[in-house]
Design a protein around this ligand. Structure first.
Ligand code: FAD
Length: 489
């Protein structure tokens, strides 16, 4: 049996372990934390439970596929449902829009509430589907670092359609052409934040994202997001994968350009294949510090980070949904602050995720668990304590204005997560949520490959390598990586 060692039990590390175990390998995972899941974990504060990181679940078939490969039915182990209302949007002037999963209903809502012609919404989502159809086989399902990805009939057909695929416009410019109303443009620009990018810079290709949410669907795991981690972790253990927690790998052992094991301080563990799920920038600084450094890739600008207030709220707000957005009145300024001035704008867009809407036992009766998040710059050594204090006040005032409440008096318990603690807990460079940002059209080509070109037997998966961050892409990175690693064993 071939022996495989995986460094990190982020969602991609767990998915990789499943794929390698199914292929007959003996797999061991070494994880620095005392729990699996990395960013996809949970916290409990008194009587409130919170999903700690990701809150939006798309492309569940990527999870399903792992159960199917193992010969199991996903429904027996992991339950999720499609959301009727994917998100609710609030503006300062009292306007409110519900984004229905049903496209016709959503288009109707945008028309009645905002005045956007129905046909524009339909067209935008058709165009998103078009981009997905042409680009996902190339950019999501294959390595970009192998010639056969580029030299096949599908790829060649896609080259001819570059213009229509949004390579030449920014997301905002494309949305300005697609829509009449500023609020619709703002709503669709927000999708850039799904991978931590700036809609005023990122190519319109990222208009692929609304396709995932509307045409395919947004989902909610019945036991919360953390159940994605728990159910895949259980599957992996059932397949015989061994986990070692509280084990921070200090070095990937390499001899004659071949990886042959890992070290945890003086303790060595040998394997035929080494898979790294740790953030690549920090991996090259630590466990690969004696190896060739692909500086250009590592120095690419990172995605934005997040400031999260986990608030146990002792009141029920019937007007709130699972996903709620309180929009900034000056969206472009907000992004200028995040990406150029590297600070936090005084009127930030606030995202409130409340799992107790669908999973009532996440909060005591009459209460709600508010995961209150704003997008912030990644960590560049800013004075975070000051920024957090100011942002907290601005968030409270905005929530009070829009929901006509006094939210501070309703906060029963509180915990804060910021770019510094994100990096500490998950090793993510600068606390970025999604690895590199996608703020230029070459970003997809400037992510690290899923294999090492200079060291044999060494492979990579996770949000900081191809195809990028976010749960579905991380799961795909494990798939692309495992196919390559197994072929070369
Ligand atoms: P990570 O979760 O980054 O985990 C890496 C693991 O490696 C960690 O457990 C770490 O402890 C371990 N490790 C690091 N160094 C070592 C070492 N030396 N030795 C041993 N172990 C080590 N995605 C979505 O799809 N939807 C969302 O709504 C969403 N929202 C997000 C909100 C927040 C606040 C955050 C933080 C992220 C969000 N994401 C979202 C992104 C998503 O969480 C990540 O892309 C994904 O979880 C990353 O998985 P990963 O496999 O790269 O590993």
């Amino acid at each position: 049996k071939k022996k495989v060692i995986i460094i990190g039990s982020g969602i991609a590390g767990i998915a990789a372990s499943i794929r390698m175990a199914i292929a007959g390998c003996e797999v061991e995972v070494f994880e620095a934390n005392t729990y699996p899941g990395g960013k996809l974990s949970e916290i409990t504060l008194g009587r409130y439970r919170f999903d700690a990181g990701p809150s939006l679940f798309t492309l569940p078939e990527q999870v399903e596929e792992l159960f199917t490969l193992a010969g199991q039915d996903v429904n027996d182990h992991f339950k999720f449902k499609k959301l009727d209302i994917t998100c609710q949007y609030f503006w300062e002037n009292g306007q409110r829009v519900r984004a229905f999963g049903d496209i016709e209903k959503f288009a109707e809502e945008m028309n009645t509430k905002i005045g956007e012609p129905v046909v524009n919404i339909r067209k935008a989502l058709q165009s998103a589907a078009y981009i997905y159809e042409h680009l996902s086989p190339l950019f999501m399902h294959r390595s970009l670092h192998k010639w056969n990805t580029w030299m096949n009939p599908h790829a060649l057909r896609s080259y001819l359609k570059m213009g229509k695929l949004g390579i030449f416009d920014t997301m905002n410019a494309a949305n300005e052409k697609l829509f009449e109303k500023d609020k619709t443009i703002q709503l669709f620009n927000r999708y850039a934040t799904y991978n931590g990018s700036n809609p005023y810079q990122t190519p319109a290709t990222l208009n692929i994202i609304p396709h995932l949410e509307f045409n395919i669907g947004a989902f909610f795991p019945e036991k919360g997001m953390h159940d994605i981690t728990l159910s895949l972790y259980k599957l992996s253990k059932d397949l015989g994968v061994k986990y070692h927690f509280g084990q921070k790998v200090t070095e990937i052992l390499v001899k004659d350009k071949r990886a042959y094991g890992i070290a945890i301080d003086k303790m060595e563990h040998r394997a035929d294949t080494i898979i790294n799920n740790m953030d690549m920038v920090n991996a090259y600084k630590t466990i690969l510090k004696n190896q060739y450094q692909p500086t250009k890739l590592l120095n690419q600008p990172k995605s934005s980070s997040a400031l999260i207030f986990y608030w146990g709220i002792k009141k029920h707000f019937p007007e709130l949904e699972l996903h709620n957005i309180l929009f900034s009145d000056a969206y472009q300024k907000e992004f200028e602050h995040i990406f150029h001035q590297k600070t936090i704008y005084k009127d930030p867009t606030i995202y409130i995720n409340i799992t107790s809407v669908h999973k009532p036992d996440d909060a005591p009766e009459g209460g709600m668990n508010w995961f209150t998040m704003i997008n912030v710059p990644n960590n560049q050594g800013q004075n975070w304590d000051n920024l957090i204090q100011e942002a907290r006040q601005n968030i409270i005032h905005k929530v009070n204005r829009i929901l006509n409440t006094d939210i501070e008096s309703l906060i029963e318990v509180e915990e804060v997560l910021d770019p510094r603690s994100i990096e500490l807990k998950t090793s993510s460079a600068q606390g970025s949520l999604y690895g590199n940002s996608s703020n230029n059209k070459y970003a997809a080509f400037l992510r690290h490959a899923n294999f090492s070109s200079s060291i044999k037997n060494l492979y990579f998966c996770g949000g900081s390598v191809h195809p990028g961050g976010g749960i579905p892409l991380c799961l795909l990175s494990a798939k692309i990586m495992a196919e390559m690693a197994l072929k070369h064993q």
